[in-house]
Design a binder for this molecule. Structure first.
Ligand code: UDX
Length: 457
């Protein structure tokens, strides 16, 4: 199948590599010339395990272009995977989607009839809007043709993008056309039937009993809403356990046991019940705000979504209040931050909890040192004016520090020689924002330990 994809972000790049390695002829267009140049030269612009290998397999079938000049209008499928960032008011910025839709209308060659698939996360109704944008442009060129559009949201997690794309739980297709459905079924058939053979080193292994993905066809608007509802639900699960963690702390229960105990009920399930200082990333913060605003627009007060966001905000405030409780005034106190990325195994700092915590601590006059295995460059580029020390040798983060905050649960933080490191500290305070560490050795080393809803007294 001939496919043109527009937008080489996490989703676009991974999906293009998957479809190309399954034998399709894929062209990936991105306006970012730098990124396209790097891709042409074999570089992988994002940190994603397995993607480099996959791109190598895909390369013979994959073309990278940076302008519509090279657009092949004989393409059978156009897949839109451009970013839909959050505006200041929490709405979704559809500028890129609109621009792409209009370009498709301007470049479409008369006679061909590609199908346009929206994979970007877009507010309900946008897929129809894309169809209108394209048709408006076609009309200007006196081309009178009906356009096929479909919504095909993705559910991949960063760090597991390749794994999730190859072994999804479900493939959701929002369409009102059986022609589109047939074509997409053909495209997805190797994944649906798990008949591909790609030997890649992926971060996790597929369990033997994993069922085949469910092919789930819906109305276009339902597919669009499924994406938001899924992310809001997952964020709600985390906020729920975080709220219970607050109670656990006060009553002397242990949240890891409570989470497991409720998760063993199959109606609840154990995943997304890890208590911590909050969820972040490029999706949950933006998608929860977006669904809240979509509700507001329609006169629906989405109080559970609102509470989900509020609890997440409180988790960050909890960190600051614990520090104040332990240290009093934070002015000139040296605080070490372990981890900047929004979760481990990625250098992505979008929506990372570290950002607000550091911002608040700087406001309070604290001296900040940070360490992250791979996200420091990204952080420095994004916040060039922030006066923080980037530490290359992890031990130095402990030197003369009054407190350490573990923000991201990078595996290597679990096994640091805390006993030795404690000796270098001014005050031995540690806030384990992800409940990663073993408490007993820390207490033994003289640390004052604060976890999230753990029984450490
Ligand atoms: C998420 C969704 O999982 C994915 O389906 C969607 O397509 C995009 O958004 P991602 O942003 O990569 O994926 O992150 P995810 O691994 O889901 O974690 C999101 C945040 O929740 C992270 O900050 C993580 O630390 C936090 N989290 C996750 C918890 O605090 N506790 C948990 O139990 C799980």
């Amino acid at each position: 199948m001939r496919i043109t994809m527009i937008g080489a972000g996490y989703v676009g790049l991974t999906t293009a590599a998957i479809f190309a390695s399954l034998g399709n002829d894929v062209t990936l267009l991105d306006y970012n010339k730098d990124k396209i140049e790097k891709l042409k030269q074999g570089e992988v612009p994002i940190f994603e395990e397995g993607l480099g290998e996959l791109l190598e397999v895909a390369r013979p079938n994959l073309t990278f272009i940076s302008s519509w000049g090279s657009f092949n209008s004989k393409t059978e499928l156009i897949i839109i995977t451009v970013g839909t960032p959050m505006k200041e008011n929490g709405d979704v910025d559809l500028t890129s989607v609109e621009k792409v839709a209009k370009s498709i209308g301007q470049k479409w060659s008369n006679g061909s009839q590609p199908i346009v698939i929206i994979k970007s996360t877009v507010p309900v109704g946008t897929t129809y809007r894309v169809k209108e944008w394209i048709e408006e442009e076609l009309k200007k060129r006196e081309i009178n043709q009906e356009i096929y559009v479909a919504s095909n949201p993705e559910f991949l997690r960063e760090g597991l993008a390749v794994y999730d794309s190859l072994y999804p739980d479900r493939i959701v297709i929002g369409t009102d056309s059986s022609h589109v459905q047939d074509l997409l079924k053909r495209l997805y058939s190797p994944i649906l039937n798990q008949t591909f053979s790609l030997s890649l080193k992926l971060p996790i292994q597929r369990p033997d009993h994993q069922p085949k993905p469910v092919w789930f066809v819906t109305e276009i608007k339902s597919a669009e809403l499924i994406k938001y509802a899924a992310n809001a639900f997952l964020a709600m699960k985390i906020s729920f356990i975080n709220e219970i963690a607050r109670l656990a702390e006060k009553v002397g229960a242990d949240i890891t046991e409570v989470a497991e105990g409720i998760g063993l009920d199959q109606r609840i399930g154990t995943s997304y019940l890890k208590a911590g200082i909050g969820w972040g990333g490029g999706c949950f913060p933006k998608d929860t705000s977006a669904i809240l605003n979509q509700g507001k627009e329609k006169g629906i007060e989405m109080s559970l979504v609102k509470a989900t966001i509020d609890v997440n905000q409180k988790q960050k405030e909890w960190v600051i209040s614990k520090l104040k409780e332990a240290l009093g005034n934070l002015k000139n106190k040296e605080i070490g931050i372990l981890g900047l990325s929004f979760k481990p195994n990625t250098d992505d700092i979008r929506g990372a909890i570290s950002i607000e915590i550091i911002e608040k601590l700087l406001e309070l006059g604290a001296a900040i040192k940070v360490y992250d295995p791979i996200a420091m460059d990204n952080f420095r580029k994004t916040y060039p004016k922030w006066k923080i020390k980037y530490i290359k040798k992890i031990e130095e983060i402990f030197e003369h520090s009054h407190a350490i905050i573990l923000v991201t649960e990078w595996k290597q933080f679990k096994t640091l020689p805390y006993g030795e490191l404690a000796k270098k500290m001014e005050d031995k305070i540690i806030i384990d924002g992800r409940n990663l560490l073993d408490i007993a050795p820390l207490i033994e080393a003289g640390f004052q330990y604060f976890g999230i809803g753990r029984n450490y007294s």
